[in-house]
Structure formats: C-alpha cells, structure tokens
Ligand binder design. Structure first.
Ligand code: PLP
Length: 485
C-alpha cells in the first residue's frame, strides 16, 4: 500500500502541470529566439552546422551515458543546435516545409489530445474536419460531386493506398487475373514510392512500365500508345497510369489532360501524384499546371511540402469517394460493427493506419486563421522566385540550368570548360554544406550531376540566393584550380 502511494506521488510529480508550464515557457522562448534568428539577415545565420556521422554519434553517445538530467532546456538547445532548422533563410535543400509557427502550437495540441482517429469516438472533431477539408480540396480540383477521401501519413503511404485501391477496383471487376500480369504506366521521373508500392503489393518490378520524358522532364504522352501496345503483346494488363504533378527531382508537371484522355479510352485507373505540386490549386496564376486533374480517379497531396505544415500529413482524394471503401476489406469487428457500411466518420476503415494522428488540425487552423490566401501567397512567392533565380543563373557564364523551372525546384550546375563537371559539382555541394550558410542537395539526370534547390521557406529572398551563387562560384573556382579536373 505504501509503495503504491509512493509511486502515485512520484507520478504526480512527474506529470505536474506546474513543471509542464515551466519547461513549456522555456521551450517557447527558445523557439521564439530561433524564429528571430531565422528572420535576421543571412549573414547572421546558418542553415546547417555540418558534423560527420561518426562525430554526431559520439556526441550523442556521450550525452546519453551521462547522468540523468532535469535540465530540459539545455537538452532542447543541444538538439536544436545539432539539427537543421528548416526556417533558416539558407535552407533550400529538400522539399520539407518550414513549418508555420501556428503549426508548432497545433502540434502540441495534437500530441496532447492524441486522438487515434481510426474510430469515430477517438477523433470526433478530427474526422469531421477531414471530411470538410477533403471536400473543399475536391471542389478546388473540380472533381465530380461524390468525390471523397481522407488524410494519411505521407505521400509514400498515400501512393501505396491509391495503387491498392486501383488494384482492388480492377480485381473487383476481373477477379481471376493474376498479380504477375498487372502493370502500371509511369513517367521515368516518377517518385520511387510508386515502385515500392508495387513491391509491397507483390507486383513484379518489370511490370512498372516507365515512359521516357521530354526535354522538360514531362512524360512523353506521344509514346503512351506504343508502350501500352507492347505491354499488351507481352501479356501484361495495364490497370493504372500515374501522372506526376510535379516530379520530385526536377519539378516538372506532366500533361494530365493527355494522360486523362488516354486513361479514359483504355478504361485505366488514373492516379495523380500531386504530393508536391497539388498546392498550386490555390493559385489562379499557377493552377493551369494541374489542368486535367479533374478527371483523376485518385490524387495525393502533401500538406507538409508546400503548405507550411509539419510532417507528415497527406490528403488522399478519390474522384468517386466510395472507391476508398474498396482498398482494405479486413474485418476488425472490435473496431467497427458493420464493415460494409459507408461511414465517413470511421476513417480507419479506409486508411492504412490504425492509430492515426489528427494532423488535419494544422491545415484546418491555417485555413480558419488566414483563409486560402496563405497557400496562394506561398505558391506564388516561391514559384515566382524560382523563375527569377533561374533568370539570374542563365545570365552567368559559369552556370547551366538542367531545365527552366516550372515549380519552386531548380536544378543547375557550375560550369567550366574541360572540367569534370560531375566531380566538381559533387564537391561544390559538399563544400556549400560544410560552409553552412546554405543547405543544398543534388540530383542526377542522364548520368549528369546537378545541384538542386527547393524554395520552401518564405524568408528566402533573391538577394539571399545571389549570395548562394557567389559561394558556388567561389567554391567551384577553388575546386577546379586545386584538383585540375
Ligand atoms: C515527396 C513526394 C512523395 C513522397 O511523399 P512523402 O510524404 O515524403 O512520403 C511522393 N511523390 C512525390 C512527387 C513527392 O514529391
């Protein structure tokens, strides 16, 4: 009995609201100062403090084996200083959002509520919000009435879910077809998660039919018939075609109108991977890039890419909402009384997840506070900036663009006559990261290595990017002079 009292006293100390308040305010102050640094001039901040993996590991091994600590502020500061801060102006690497400060607060709310969402009762508000936001998006995408969907954790899982639905839809009508025959048409530039989805489903890798791309990295829709015919001649059955809006590597938007009409003629499921580019739907200036999306059977769109929301939060939307009931038919009687009934509020019937975080709260809150303007402005700011930076680069002798940017992703490289451009650009990327003002990444196209930036952060300006040009120029000259590539 005494022991029980001791334990319960121990927990009331551990869970004390007053302790929480104290550390909570300290953490908020830390994040405020982080945001202030991010808002300061470029010369006063770094995107990354590079450390070799082994050094990082020994740092944290030493920390972990030191004495227990109640000094959480020091720990939080240590974690922050050893991580990339997405809000810093020089952070132009991957397509990961610089989260809006409000979403840091909604993250706390989501964690505190921890409603599992798969079942209506543990996610009453969340399930209703999902329905409202999905229907809003469906109407922006111009999908037919009856469109519907849900939120899932990430674009990769979203693509898997959509492909599973496409497969279930096909097999429902053609029950005796073997998985070995089922095939998907995608652009060569499609995200690798489509290939993974096939591997997970058990469809052979050679049944992913990759259509070549044109010089703008869009799927060559003029080749679709040929590729389709040869697949049929080999005994394959094409049940799904995927359009990229936009491709991850180069930011190219496929011609969805042509893909849609091909899919319709052949009665093939049309899926649009709009993980990154779906958000242009909020901009009247850029929504032409999604023309044709209204004919999609399924669409995925990441909120954690261009919509300032922390990872992971992805919309999966079906042109005909009831299709989403086909995906998973497992019985879980302890969760839902009636497996067959269409109950939008029991979202776990249609998502992969069982316990699912209420990430919809981020998007719902941003829309409640700022309306669609927040997403429209972000898209236009960053797509415009990409074009202006590309113009700036094309005026310089030492730079070459892989292609004109259609989105906020720009691929380019340092150029010098007689230099081994792949080696030089790989070394430039490393030097830039080690210098730390900017975080940039790279990509390979036809065996050529390019530097790649994604403009995700509303703080980054053209002048900041011109500073990146100078750093690359300086490093490029240093590397070519030193190594004689
Ligand atoms: C980012 C991305 C994905 C993967 O999404 P995650 O949320 O990272 O799992 C899929 N497709 C495209 C086109 C993407 O840009």
């Amino acid at each position: 009995m005494k022991k029980e009292t001791q334990t319960s006293n121990w927990f009331s100390e551990v869970n004390s609201p007053e302790n929480f308040r104290k550390i909570g305010y300290e953490l908020i102050d830390l994040l405020v100062s982080e945001l202030q640094i991010a808002n300061s001039p470029l010369s006063e901040q770094k995107a990354i403090e590079w450390k070799e993996p082994e050094d990082m590991l020994s740092h944290w091994s030493a920390d972990f084996s030191s004495e227990q600590t109640a000094d959480l502020l020091t720990l939080f500061k240590e974690i922050t200083s050893h991580s990339i801060n997405m809000n810093r102006r020089g952070n132009v690497g991957h397509q990961i959002s610089a989260p809006h400060p409000l979403t840091v607060l909604t993250s706390a709310l989501i964690a505190h509520l921890n409603n599992g969402m798969g079942v209506y009762e543990v996610g009453m508000a969340g399930n209703a919000m999902e329905k409202i936001i999905i229907e809003k998006l469906a109407s922006l995408f111009n999908l037919p009435s009856g469109a519907g969907g849900f939120i899932t954790s990430g674009g990769s899982l979203g693509n898997l879910t959509a492909v599973l639905t496409a497969k279930a839809h096909y097999l429902n009508k053609n029950p005796n077809v073997s998985l070995d025959k089922l095939s998907i048409l995608v652009s060569e530039e499609a995200h690798y998660s489509i290939e993974r989805a096939l591997a997970i489903i058990g469809i052979p890798a050679q049944n992913l039919i990759k259509i070549p791309v044109n010089s703008r990295f869009q799927m060559r829709t003029d080749l679709l018939e040929d590729y389709y015919e040869s697949a049929c001649n080999e005994g394959k059955i094409v049940f799904c075609i995927v359009g990229c809006s936009c491709s991850t590597s180069t930011g190219a938007f496929d011609d969805l109108t042509s893909i849609a009409s091909f899919a319709k003629q052949r009665d093939i499921w049309f899926h649009v991977d709009a993980a990154h580019g779906g958000s242009v739907i909020f901009s009247e200036r850029y929504n032409y890039l999604l023309q044709g999306i209204e004919a999609a059977d399924s669409i995925i769109m990441d909120f954690h890419k261009m919509m300032s929301v922390p990872s992971l939060s992805t919309a999966v939307i079906f042109g005909q909402g009831w299709h989403s009931n086909l995906t998973f038919s497992q019985n879980a009687k302890y969760l839902w009384q009636d497996q067959q009934r269409d109950e939008w509020y029991n979202s776990g019937k249609r998502t992969f997840e069982c316990t699912k975080p209420m990430t919809i709260i981020h998007v719902y809150t941003l829309l409640r506070v700022y309306g669609q303007e927040i997403f429209q402005r972000q898209i236009e700011l960053q797509y415009d900036l990409a074009k202006r930076y590309a113009e700036h680069l094309s005026e310089l002798d030492n730079f070459g663009l892989l292609c004109q940017p259609e989105s906020n992703i720009i691929c380019f490289r340092y150029f010098e006559k007689n230099a081994n451009l792949n080696e030089v650009n790989k070394q430039i990327q490393l030097s830039v990261i080690k210098e730390g003002t900017f975080y940039i990444v790279g990509t390979t196209s036809n065996d050529d290595y390019y530097l790649r930036i994604s403009l995700m952060n509303t703080r980054t300006t053209l002048d900041d990017l011109k500073k990146l040009t100078q750093i690359i120029l300086r490093e490029g000259k240093k590397i070519t002079a030193k190594t004689n590539f």
